[in-house]
Design a protein around this ligand. Structure first.
Ligand SMILES: *Cc1c(COP(=O)(O)O)cnc(C)c1O
Length: 420
């Protein structure tokens, strides 16, 4: 593993293109806020399920840029669409109409299906912003239904909803919140799948229940159908919005277009982002009409959100998922990945449990996951670790069984190694 001594403040040659890992890492170390603990490779290009570094070493990608590159890298139809649209119109602001925002909203509302009924979308630039917008809308609807006091939010222990103050206030992990308090005080946390705690937390002053149907960053834990049904019933009884954060698990990753469709429980508001515009920044929340109608012009907005380039690419993304029958692939290869991971968990003492479905899965280890991920780099495979002991798999929807075999071989080898 390469490590660089970086405390010198010497001039750094940053002429592009840069030639070495050290050059890139030293420049960042000097000039970037110290927020990231990156893996020690510099990626320069990708093709399908593979990425290449500065020295043109190839890596099999089980991470997809944290669930963003669902179509892999340099998908020809995405490249063509970006080229074409970039030459016409990238940005107009939301002062004006363009052709693609309404069309994308219509497509998403159709994909939500009849259980969602009439719905409306708002476009943001990120997942966190989609959460912020969702809870602002839930507050408006709550105040309309029950006055100022109807402002309380319910979220889950161990959840992850993003880094801004509103989204962080809903994130049930001390390690992310620490140092930033006070956060929103109107949030009550309950343990995932604890129906009694849920009942105790919700009353007429609750304006929203916010949850990920499958925890992503939190370590790949699924909500039970029973728990989600109780959320639905309590939200209805107390006229609160049921908000699903499908930023990581939505848009095909579980094998259905929206994760909630696989659980059979329909939320009132759904937040999406990661893969929607194939790597361009775009997020959205979509609300049933009865909640959507609580907002008026001027109450929310975005300079960049929902621009012509991002929206047109998102339409292309959704078309490709359909044309290439990628949900079928996620279901088929996801089931294969699950079986293969389970076989690893049974055979290797260092592995404990396999969780998740489709192309959002994790294997929980008895040992720290980061060294496994670091060592996999040398084997030409990109994994990702979360919650210290979980290796997380968020591969591109294009992944095939032969790629799974390769990843499993590497995982087995690394889990079989003697460690102190
Ligand atoms: C990534 C993620 C977010 C935050 O999205 P950003 O685009 O990073 O702002 C929120 N919720 C979930 C479940 C996520 O996985």
């Amino acid at each position: 593993m390469r490590r660089v001594a970086l405390d010198r403040l010497l001039p750094i040659e940053s002429n592009l293109p840069m030639k070495t890992f050290e050059q890139v890492a030293e420049l960042e170390k000097r000039y970037l806020l110290g927020t990231y603990n990156r893996y020690p490779i510099v990626l320069t290009r990708g093709k399908g399920v593979f990425l290449y570094d500065l020295e043109d070493r190839r890596y099999l990608d089980f991470v997809s840029g944290l669930g963003v590159n669902a179509l892999g890298h340099a998908h020809p139809r995405i490249v063509k669409t970006i080229r074409e649209q970039a030459g016409k119109l990238i940005h107009v602001s939301n002062l004006y109409y363009h052709e693609y925002q309404g069309a994308l909203a219509e497509k998403l509302c159709t994909l939500l299906g009849s259980s969602f009924g009439n719905a409306r979308a708002f476009f943001s630039n990120s997942g966190t912003e989609a959460i912020e917008g969702s809870i602002k809308l839930a507050r408006l609807a709550g105040h309309r239904a029950g006055g100022e006091a109807k402002c309380r939010l319910v979220a889950l222990d161990g959840s992850y909803h993003g880094r801004t103050f509103g989204a962080l206030s809903l994130t049930g992990q001390a390690k992310h919140r620490k140092g930033f308090e006070p956060l929103l005080e109107e949030v009550t946390f309950v343990a995932q799948n604890d129906v009694n705690a849920l009942r105790a937390a919700i009353d007429d002053n609750t304006c929203a229940i916010v949850l990920e149907p499958i925890f992503g960053e939190g370590g790949i834990y699924e909500c039970s159908v029973e728990f989600l049904r109780e959320c639905r019933a309590l939200a209805d009884r107390h006229r609160a919005a049921l908000i699903f954060d499908e930023i990581q698990c939505g848009l095909g990753r579980t094998g259905t277009m929206f994760a909630f469709q696989g659980f059979g429980v329909t939320p009132d508001i759904v937040a999406i982002a990661k893969p929607i515009a194939a790597g361009l920044p775009l997020g959205a929340f979509i609300a049933k009409e009865e909640f959507a109608s609580a907002i008026s012009p001027g109450q929310h907005g975005s300079t960049f959100g929902g621009g012509p380039l991002a929206c047109r690419v998102a339409l292309e993304f959704l078309a490709i998922v359909e044309d290439e029958k990628l949900l079928e692939n996620v279901n088929k290869v996801g089931a294969y990945l699950h079986e293969e991971l389970k076989a690893v968990a049974e055979k290797k003492a260092a592995a404990k449990e396999v969780r998740g479905r489709g192309f959002i899965q994790g294997i929980a280890l008895e040992i720290p996951a980061r060294p496994i991920v670091d060592e996999a780099l040398a084997e030409g495979v990109l994994f990702n670790s979360t919650q210290d002991t979980v290796v997380r798999f968020l591969p591109p929807f294009l992944l095939e069984e032969k790629h799974v075999d390769r990843g499993i071989r590497v995982l087995k080898k690394l889990l079989g190694k003697k460690r102190k």
